[in-house]
Design a binder for this molecule. Structure first.
Ligand code: MLT
Length: 399
C-alpha cells in the first residue's frame, strides 16, 4: 500500500474556512428562513474594475488572432507586468526592485505555502500568533515545528523576538487576522534580528493596498538591509478584486542567500526560479493583462475606490462594535476588525452565538492560532448593505 505523508495526520481535521462554511451550511439547512450575512472569509464582493475587464477582454480577443496568440508565457510572469510592478509598487516608494526579482503567480496563498519547498526541514520556524493558517499548516505538512510569537493586547500586538534562534520568520503586515499593521520601528527590529541571526523573513503584504496611515511601510524593502534577509508576497486579490481571477507576485531579491552543503551559499532567487519553472507554468496572459491595467491612471483610481469602499465598511463595523462597548482592534489600515468576545466567551462560542442569534458569520480567532482564542474577526469585504444590516443584528444579541 502506498505510504502517505504522515505529517498530514498532525493537521487539524479541516482547513479553517471550509470548516466554517460547513457549519454555516448545516445551520442554513436547519434554518432555511434565516438570511445569513457572511463577514467571515476575506473574499471580495465588488465587481472587477472596468479597466481590468476591458484589458482582459482585449487580451482574450488578441489571443483569438494569429498575430496576438500566445502559448506558454514565461513562468515568472510577462515582463510588461513585472516592469509596472517594479515601477509603481516599489520605485514610487523609493525602493529599487529589479523586474527580474519579481515572480508573478496565481496567489499569495500558493506562494506563502510553496515557498517552504526550497527550505530544509531542519529550519526553525517562527510565526506570529494569531496567523494566516497557511503558514502553520504548510510547515506541519513538511514536518517542521514552529515557535509561536504571541500578538495580543497585552503586548500591544507587537510580537516578541523568538526565544530560540529562528531561521524562517513569518510576518504579515497589515496583519491578517488582527488588522494591525507593523510600524517602521517594529520592521527595523525584525530586519536587525534577521541580519544578526542569518534568518529569512517571509513578509506577507497581501493587504498593503489598505494602508491609510502614511507612517506605515508598505514593503519590508523600505527598511535598509532587508534585501539580504526578506522575501515579500503581494497580491492583486484584495485590492483589485482578483480572488476569483487569481494573480499575485513574490519578490525574491538576488542578494538573498541560504546555506547549502557545508558553508556553501546558495541563491534563494535561483532556487525559487528553479522551483517555479519546474512546478508552475505561469498565470494566463489575459489575467496578467488585467493586472497590468490597474497601474494606469484610471486603473489606480478605480482600485483606490474599491479599497476605500471596503475601508468605509471597516469604519462602520469598528464604530458600531465600539459603541457596544467591545474591545476592538484593526480596521484602520486593513479590512479586518479583531474583536474580543464579550462575557469571556471562547471564539467558537461567540461565533456560534452570532450565527445562531444574529445570523452573522465571523471567523473565530482561535482558528488563527492559540493567541486568537477569545477573539473573533469580522471582514469588511461584504457589501455595504450587508454590513449595515449585520450591525443592528449583532447589537440585538449582545447590546
Ligand atoms: C482570509 O479570510 O483570511 C483570507 O480570505 C484567506 C485567503 O486570502 O486565502
Amino acid at each position: 500500500m502506498a505510504r502517505i505523508n504522515i505529517n498530514y495526520l498532525n493537521l487539524k481535521a479541516g482547513y479553517l474556512f471550509p470548516e466554517i462554511s460547513k457549519r454555516v451550511r448545516v445551520f442554513q439547512k436547519n434554518n432555511p428562513k434565516a438570511k445569513i450575512i457572511k463577514l467571515g472569509i476575506g473574499d471580495v464582493t465588488l465587481p472587477l474594475p472596468k479597466q481590468v475587464v476591458r484589458a482582459m477582454k482585449k487580451a482574450v480577443q488578441d489571443m483569438g488572432t494569429s498575430k496576438g496568440f500566445r502559448g506558454y508565457g514565461p513562468e515568472q510572469g510577462y515582463l510588461f507586468l513585472r516592469e509596472l510592478i517594479s515601477k509603481h509598487d516599489f520605485g514610487s516608494r523609493g525602493v529599487s526592485i529589479d523586474p527580474e526579482e519579481i515572480f508573478v503567480s496565481d496567489g499569495s496563498k500558493c506562494d506563502t505555502g510553496n515557498i517552504t519547498d526550497i527550505f530544509g526541514i531542519q529550519n526553525r520556524v517562527a510565526v506570529t500568533d494569531p496567523a494566516y493558517p497557511v503558514y502553520v499548516d504548510t510547515n506541519i505538512m513538511d514536518g517542521r515545528s514552529l515557535e509561536y510569537l504571541p500578538m495580543v493586547s497585552d503586548n500591544n500586538f507587537e510580537p516578541p523576538l523568538p526565544k530560540k534562534k529562528a531561521d524562517l520568520i513569518y510576518i504579515c503586515s497589515p496583519n491578517n487576522p488582527t488588522g494591525i499593521p507593523a510600524t517602521r520601528a517594529a520592521l527595523k527590529k525584525w530586519v536587525k534580528y534577521a541580519r544578526e541571526h542569518q534568518s529569512i523573513i517571509f513578509f506577507d503584504a497581501a493587504y498593503e493596498g489598505f494602508i491609510r496611515n502614511p507612517a506605515i511601510p508598505h514593503s519590508i524593502f523600505e527598511i535598509p538591509g532587508a534585501r539580504q534577509v526578506a522575501i515579500e508576497f503581494r497580491s492583486f486579490s484584495k485590492a483589485a478584486g482578483f480572488t476569483g481571477t487569481r494573480c499575485a507576485y513574490t519578490v525574491v531579491p538576488k542578494q538573498l542567500m541560504g546555506q547549502g552543503r557545508g558553508r556553501q551559499k546558495i541563491s534563494i532567487h535561483g532556487l525559487w526560479m528553479r522551483r517555479q519553472t519546474t512546478k508552475f507554468n505561469g498565470v494566463s496572459y489575459p489575467i496578467q493583462a488585467g493586472a497590468a491595467s490597474i497601474y494606469s491612471v484610471k486603473g489606480r483610481r478605480e482600485t483606490k475606490k474599491l479599497t476605500d469602499y471596503y475601508m468605509m465598511n471597516a469604519k462602520i463595523i469598528r464604530k458600531y462594535m465600539k459603541a457596544l462597548g467591545l474591545e476592538v482592534y484593526g480596521g484602520t489600515d486593513a479590512p479586518y476588525i479583531w474583536i474580543r468576545a464579550p462575557y469571556n466567551m471562547s471564539s467558537w462560542e461567540f461565533f456560534d452565538l452570532l450565527l445562531s442569534e444574529a445570523h452573522v458569520v465571523g471567523t473565530p480567532g482561535s482558528g488563527f492560532g492559540p493567541s486568537g482564542e477569545g477573539y473573533l474577526r469580522l471582514s469588511a469585504f461584504g457589501s455595504r448593505k450587508d454590513v449595515e444590516n449585520a450591525m443592528p443584528r449583532i447589537k440585538k444579541v449582545i447590546g
